[in-house]
Design a protein around this ligand. Structure first.
Ligand code: CP
Length: 317
């Protein structure tokens, strides 16, 4: 019996992608499997398939982005969609037009899909609620709430290198409190049956109730990394911090920056991940970011195939 969620149809199909929370294990596994054939599209001479031919995809990034925005654009173009990147700074939102009025005007231009990043948690949900039937909304990161396609590409990367989730130990390190990547990643890992998800960071950057999400909490990084298979580093979200939560970036690096010495506590074949943007010398040491265990750039490449799979799924292609 499918449960109701605004991103699902009455029979449990994906019509929007708003959060990982609300997706079943089968939904997530189907999306990861759907991404598989799209990986090789990037290696072809003609990097295109016709699945979204004739569809208009609007990229609405109300907050800065390098990876997500670009890979969504590449993904839509590889699916043969027409892509419109709204220049928010030069749009009428800068003259005071409301988000919903902007959206109504774009719908009047026969938009088929909105890819939305916004600094306010819940903005993509609001847009999905008001979108005309048949118009899909994909959350490309909202406030500190959710970043579902980042979680999916992270799961795809872990599955690629580790094959299965059922015996993995995954450590998520750094600013958990302000991180939509952490929240979506934890939902995805626990839904996929990962038995050991650890969050590591200072008390000031870990939500007090995070254990309710099925994770263990560690404040000593070396101990928290002991024997783990995957190390996911997070950026300090300075733009979302109110007040002084840390003594300094230098002090943070000493306790929670990933160095060779700390990484040695994980399994020798552990992979190192980071969603980007990455602050070298703050959360990760350069030799580790560029080292043999790093899969940070493959994460970006897999992100294209995963976003193609999500876009194809929400239009039922
Ligand atoms: N990982 C991520 O969301 O990066 P961008 O902010 O560059 O899109």
């Amino acid at each position: 019996m499918p449960t109701y969620h605004p991103q699902l149809t009455a029979d449990g199909q994906l019509k929007h992608l708003l959060s990982i929370d609300g997706l079943s294990r089968a939904h997530i596994e189907r999306l990861l499997e759907a991404a598989d054939p799209f990986v090789s599209v990037g290696d072809r001479e003609v990097k295109k398939v016709p699945l979204l031919r004739g569809k208009s995809v609007f990229n609405l990034f109300f907050e800065n982005s390098t990876r997500t925005r670009t890979t969504f654009e590449i993904a839509a173009k590889r699916l043969s969609a027409d892509v419109i990147n709204l220049n928010i700074g030069a749009s009428s939102t800068a003259k005071g037009e409301s988000l919903l009025d902007t959206l109504a005007n774009l719908v009047a231009m026969n938009a088929d899909m909105f890819v939305v990043r916004h600094s306010e948690s819940g903005a993509p949900f609001l847009i999905a609620q008001h979108a005309k039937s048949g118009v899909a909304v994909i959350n490309a990161g909202d406030g500190r709430h959710a970043h579902p396609t980042q979680a999916l590409l992270d799961m795809y990367t872990i599955r690629h290198y580790k094959k299965s989730f059922h015996n993995l130990s995954v450590a998520i390190v750094g600013d958990i409190l302000h991180s939509r990547v952490a929240r979506s990643g934890i939902h995805a890992l626990t839904t996929l049956g990962c038995p050991d998800v650890r969050v590591i960071g200072p008390k000031t950057l870990i939500p007090t109730d995070v254990h309710r999400m099925g994770v263990s909490v560690h404040h000593d990084m070396a101990r928290g990394l002991e024997g783990c298979d995957v190390v996911m580093m997070l950026r300090l979200q300075n733009e979302r911090m109110n007040g002084a939560l840390l003594p300094s970036a230098h002090e943070f690096f000493k306790s929670y920056g990933l160095t060779a010495q700390k990484l040695a506590r994980a399994k020798p074949n552990a992979i190192v991940m980071h969603p980007g943007p990455m602050n070298r010398g703050v959360e990760i040491d350069s030799p580790i970011a560029d080292g043999q265990q790093s899969v940070i750039l493959p994460q970006v490449t897999f992100g294209i195939a995963v976003r193609m799979a999500v876009m194809a799924s929400v239009v039922g292609a």
